[in-house]
Design a protein around this ligand. Sequence first.
Ligand SMILES: [Zn+2]
Length: 235
Amino acid sequence: MTEHHLLDIQRLDTEAEQLRHRHANLEQRARLEAARVELGRVDAESAAIDVARLEVAARQKRFEDEAQIFSTKADEDEKRLYSGEVGMKDLQPLQAEIAGLRERQADHEDKALEAMEEAEVLAARRAETDERSAAIAEAITVAEAELADAEAEITAQLADVAARREVAAEAVDPGDLAEYERLRPGMGSATVVRFDGSNCVGCPSTMPAVELDRMKHADSGSVLSCRECGRIVVT
Ligand SMILES: [Zn+2]
């Protein structure tokens, strides 16, 4: 009953192809890849926020330092103003200079405050990306485990199919097996077909009478080649 073993081998090869296709297209892998892309996007967002935070912190420091310089200078001028050492004609210009310094001090303090507010907004956004990043990392860990499980399951099924094919192959004539393996890439899961008593089931059209006669008169269990379609026909 070698014909059945050849059909068995064909069926097992088809099963293995389907398993490999499933392995290559596991939705768990797609989910994992999507999560990794999302993590990369969030990480890039965090990095951009970090750059912005450095810039804002430097700006805040610069405005604070400059406000301090104006404040120190204004303090010194006020000390001179109230020391009684300044002549009458110098009082007015000194007061104007102090007013100008205080104005610039206040302006710089305002700008430092604006930077500080910006820094707070950025810190909140950064905390949010950290939170998202942690949640995605957790989802990735879960997806990795699920993918590994799904892959292991299919790998085990493939090993089982391979073992059964090996057993079936031992019962098949090596020449028939070699012919099947040569034709399989082009004919796929219908490389070996049954002779249904009146036709090669692989053929689209009715078999010529001579060919039909040849099939009909072959011994049961024969492995033939259909002259119409080139398939292996088992009777
Ligand atoms: Zn045929």
